[in-house]
Design a protein around this ligand. Structure first.
Ligand code: G4P
Length: 526
């Protein structure tokens, strides 16, 4: 095998997603601990904005600072190169999370055993389903009282619309929690609550091994055998292809805080999780093992220092080998660019790298060349798909409050939109600019950053809208008729596409039934 195929085969690039507080940060940290990337627990700072602190600017600044440091965490484990892509915990940054999901090959979902499936988990799972992303579920906090594991499995299936298959099984829960039987490896791990150390493993030959009874007591051993019999009866044999196609999610149980069940998860993960997958461009499908380098920008992170308007563009390598100082073509501008200081993210350190392989993320210092979704190649014209804008959920008119600074405001808005902080629409009727976001916090971030980084002042004017839909039709006349009828509610996105602003779900339904020749889309890629 060539160096390239070797490197691809050992790469696992994934994201951990969860509803806030389910234990994503804790699990990430424990995985890094196993990878030797950090040496003590508590080293990964929580990257979440406190839920109450929506107007706390220090928190926002902190979030931006911390999230660049922990955006990508690479480490070596058992010969594998693992890249964990961090996603923001706060739901107002959901758009950021969606984009990060376009750069991963699989996902681990963390669910709190007491709370079950929560709202954000549901939403994120929808994005995974759209892309057929393979998913492993980790049911966390087994050291606390929680729900019956069978109930949790049912709920996961119903709420996440995916078949599940337990690959580990808990012996009791909460105060009586004794351990986890590893179905995947057919071994038994006993629980010793410890935040730093790894679990104690009991060697067993089979489920009837009396060592199980000795370890957990006869009653619990009998219950375990009964549960496992039920599992074998109810759930089909685990088939790795079903996992890889995104139709079955293996489930593990444990306690991230106590480092319990985490190694089982990691050991199974590296064996079954996909290597970097082929990526679809508008022109063709690009295989990772192709010799020529290609990659795309899925995230842009602004510098914290307002005096230096530089950014880091996060490039996911899709094919070939990325090399420092090699000339690459920036497809959108047609320019040839060379990168003298690309960084890789190993553990929590950033360091300059000479090369990177498919599945890796390189950070490229940038002074305004890049926009989210941009493609880089050796020469071929490619436009990678899969970075759609989703319909925002909140809308406001943005107004300039300092006429002397209208240029700065314009520039600030453009750059913040390039970074993907929010979406900009221009009303075709009155020419006013509308900013659409997924949460209130973005409006505050935009206003704050416009002032501090561009010296521009803005104010928001309320605008009550339900959704922005991208519209299209095969019938040009029907399209024109629709636009005439709805001219007050037509806007243009930054790419010049027509967007219909529906002010209520009723209006949208009526439009859909009155104009059957028009297709309404809730994301910009269709
Ligand atoms: P998040 O990134 O998904 O938002 O969750 P995070 O890891 O920050 O965990 C949320 C809270 O749940 C933390 O407590 C964390 O210590 C706790 N936790 C995580 N895993 C487990 C577990 O297996 N068992 C138990 N009992 N608790 C767990 P916190 O009090 O909010 O924060 P901290 O002060 O402990 O950091």
């Amino acid at each position: 095998m060539s160096q390239l195929t070797d490197e691809i085969a050992r790469r696992r690039t994934f994201a951990i997603i969860s509803h806030p507080d389910a234990g994503k940060t804790t699990l990430t940290e424990k995985l890094l601990l196993f990878g030797g990337a950090i040496h003590i627990a508590g080293a990964v700072k929580s990257n979440k904005i406190k839920k109450t602190a929506t107007s706390d600017w220090m928190e926002i600044e902190k979030q931006r600072g911390i999230s660049v440091a922990t955006s990508v965490m690479g480490f070596e484990y058992d010969g594998y190169k693992i890249n964990i892509l961090d996603t923001p915990g706060h739901q107002d940054f959901a758009e950021d999370t969606y984009r990060t999901l376009t750069a991963v090959d699989s996902v681990i979902i963390v669910v709190d055993v007491a709370k079950g499936v929560e709202q954000q988990t549901r939403k994120l799972m929808e994005v995974c389903r759209m892309r057929n992303t393979p998913v492993i579920i980790f049911v966390n906090k087994l050291d606390r009282e929680g729900r019956d594991p069978f109930d949790i499995l049912d709920e996961l299936e119903q709420e996440l619309h995916i078949a599940v298959r337990p690959l580990s099984w808990p012996i009791n829960i909460g105060a009586k929690f004794k351990g986890v039987y590893n179905i995947f490896e057919r071994s038994l791990d006993l629980f010793t609550p410890d935040k730093q150390k790894v679990t104690e493993r009991v060697e067993i030959d089979s489920l009837s091994d009396p060592r199980i009874d000795q370890a957990v007591g006869e009653t619990d051993a009998a219950k375990l055998r009964e549960d496992l019999e039920l599992i074998e009866g109810v759930y089909p044999e685990f088939d790795v292809d079903d996992y890889l196609s995104g139709s079955v999610a293996p489930v593990f149980f444990g306690s991230a805080l106590n480092t319990f069940g985490v190694k089982e998860l990691l050991d199974c993960f590296v064996k079954i999780a996909p290597t970097p997958r082929a990526v679809t461009a508008e022109e063709r499908t690009v295989e990772p093992a192709e010799e020529a380098f290609s990659g795309f920008v899925f995230k842009i992170h602004a510098n914290m220092d307002p005096n230096h308007r530089s950014c880091i563009a996060f490039v996911k390598v899709c094919s070939g080998k990325f090399e420092r100082n090699a000339p690459y073509r920036h497809i959108r501008s047609g320019k040839t660019l060379k990168f003298a200081a690309p960084t890789a993210f190993m553990a929590q350190k950033k360091s300059i790298v000479d090369e990177a392989f498919p599945g890796d993320i390189v950070g490229i210092p940038d002074t305004g060349n890049f926009k989210i979704g941009d493609t880089l190649t050796e020469s071929e014209t490619l436009h990678f798909k899969g970075l759609p804008s989703f319909s925002p959920e909140m809308f406001k008119y943005i107004e300039n409050t300092d006429p002397m600074k209208s240029k700065q405001l314009e520039k600030g808005i453009q750059q913040l939109m390039d970074e993907g902080v929010a979406q900009l629409f221009t009303n075709q009727f009155n020419g006013r600019k509308i900013i659409g976001t997924v949460g209130q916090l973005q409006f505050e971030v935009i206003q704050y950053r416009l002032l501090h980084e561009y010296g521009a002042q803005c104010r928001w004017e309320p605008l009550s809208l339900y959704k922005a839909c991208w519209i299209e039709s095969d019938d040009q006349q029907a399209l024109e008729a629709f636009k005439r009828r709805k001219h007050q509610f037509m806007a243009t996105d930054r790419e010049g596409r027509d967007v219909f602003l529906a002010d209520s779900s009723y209006v949208l339904q009526m439009a859909q039934s009155d104009f059957p020749k028009i297709r309404f889309h809730f994301s910009s890629e269709f």
